[in-house]
Structure formats: C-alpha cells, structure tokens
Design a protein. Structure first.
Length: 285
C-alpha cells in the first residue's frame, strides 16, 4: 500500500488520470492526498470533483482557495466570478448540490500522526504549532459544515487582518485563518502576512520571506505538504532542510501535475496539455 500526495489539479482531469497511471495507482490498495484547488482554471473541474468524491475513503483532500471560491459563488457571491473562472459546468451540473455538499465537508488541514505529516493547501503562520493549527482549521470547518456558511462567504474575501492574535474575533478571525490555510505565501519575521505578493522568492519586498523560512516558526519540527504556489520551485535539499514538501507545479498554467510518494518522498510528474492563461504569466494565482 502506498500513499501519494498530489498537487493542485485545478480541473486538469486528463493529466490526473495520466499521473495515476504513471504512479500505478491501485484503488484497492493505495491512497491519495490532494493539496486542494481541485477546481477552476483548467477545463474539466466537474470530472475532477466527481472522480475524487468517488474515491471515498481512499482520498483525502484539503480545501484550497479555488474550492472555497466555488462554494462562495455557488451560495450567492456571483459578483466574485472572474472572467478566467471555469466553474460553469459544476454550477449547472445535475449533481451540483451533492458535489457542493461533499466539498463543503472537506477539511482545511489534515494530520496523519502515524506518518507525522500535515497536509495543507497554502501554509501556516509562524505563531501556530500543530495544536493551534488544528484548532484554527476546525473553526473554519465547523462554520462550513454546521454554521452559517452563507454568511461566512459574505465575509471571506479580503486581505486583512495581517497578523495572528488570540484576540481576533468573529469574521476577522475566520478570515485570517482561512487566508493562511488557503492563500499564504510570504510572512515577515514578526508574523505579518502579505497576500498581494504572488511571485517566486526574490520578487517580494525585503522584509518578507516564504512562510516556511521564518526563523523559529512554531511548526518547524513538523513535516508539511502543501501546494498553492505554482511559481515556487524548491530543490529536494531545500524541502528536506525546511521539512516542507511542495507539490504544486502549475499544471493548469502549462507546467506539470506532480505526486509525492510519502514512503520515500519520491516525486512523479506528467506534463500539462493546457494553459489556462493561453501563454501569459501566472501571477494571477
């Protein structure tokens, strides 16, 4: 039995099937972890959702920003639709409500204590250890599953607050937690986050650094698998040094789709056959 972590699929269904063939995925024996962003930008988001949902307990997927964007639009925030969104097939599907219900009940963070690995879409702010990250993720999961999720979507979008505090309350607290788990790339040493910077390391203002490079971050002893950052390229040595394993290789932007085998940390990739921005840069990620 093998477990594979797969980077952001974003509607690239054919590439997903190609990757599963390359890794020799056995539905009876193996398990798949997805870093989130199953949907949007790529051409076949509906098929991806149906396929991953159909894997049942053989798949774990955490929520990404594009998954939450789909839910927000589906539950009323249609003014947030972007001209580059490719969500129409899901929104008009006969099994739409079943798929949305399933997606709304997926976790924001997954921890496997036996393997000692965390799966998250984007990252963790430096103030959070494992217990705090799990507790904060549970707050968002609760409102998505059992709370007033429609009202949550009315307050989800936005780049503030920029720093964690135990004093954060209400929608601001939930927005900060959501932004870290699904949108984080850069932090300052004091824990401030910037969500406007989306380029590769070296393109950001000098006071900010990749979230996993912040000195003394409280999650530094954890192994963390994440996606979200197609413009990030980490060598195996860098991933080992920071104990973070990045698997978003920009499939929907013309890059590749990547899987990480957790038993030996071996990477497998297949090339993309699409480019969501038709050759333009991907700083809109």
């Amino acid at each position: 039995m093998a477990t594979f972590a797969i980077g952001d699929v974003q509607g690239c269904y054919q590439e997903l099937r190609n990757l599963l063939e390359v890794i020799g995925f056995d539905r009876e024996q193996d398990a798949l972890w997805f870093t989130g962003d199953l949907v949007n930008r790529g051409p076949r988001s509906l098929e991806v959702l149906r396929f991953v949902k159909g894997l049942g307990t053989k798949a774990v997927t955490v929520l990404g920003n594009h998954d939450l964007h789909l839910l927000a639009v589906a539950f009323g925030r249609t003014e947030c639709l972007d001209e580059d969104d490719t969500l129409d097939t899901i929104l008009s599907a006969p099994d739409r409500e079943e798929l949305l219900h399933w997606l709304r009940h997926q976790p924001c963070l997954h921890h496997d204590p036996e393997m000692g690995i965390i799966l998250v879409h984007a990252g963790l702010p430096p103030q959070w250890d494992l217990a705090k990250a799990g507790a904060c993720a549970a707050e968002v999961e609760h409102i998505l599953r059992e709370g007033d999720y429609r009202e949550f979507f009315n307050h989800m979008y936005g780049d503030t607050p920029v720093r964690w505090s135990e004093d954060l309350k209400g929608w601001e607290r939930l927005r900060f937690i959501t932004n870290c788990l699904t949108r984080l790339r850069y932090c300052a040493a004091d824990g401030r986050v910037t969500l406007k910077e989306k380029g590769p390391p070296g393109s950001q203002p000098g006071e900010f650094m990749p979230w996993f490079e912040v000195p003394d971050r409280r999650s530094r002893d954890l192994r963390i698998i994440f996606g979200h950052w197609a413009m990030l390229s980490l060598s195996p040595l860098e991933m080992e040094r920071h104990q973070v394993f990045h698997v978003d290789t920009g499939c929907c932007w013309g890059g590749s789709l990547t899987a990480l085998r957790l038993s030996d940390l071996r990477l497998f990739s297949v090339p993309s056959s699409c480019n969501a921005l038709n050759g333009s840069d991907n700083t809109k990620l």
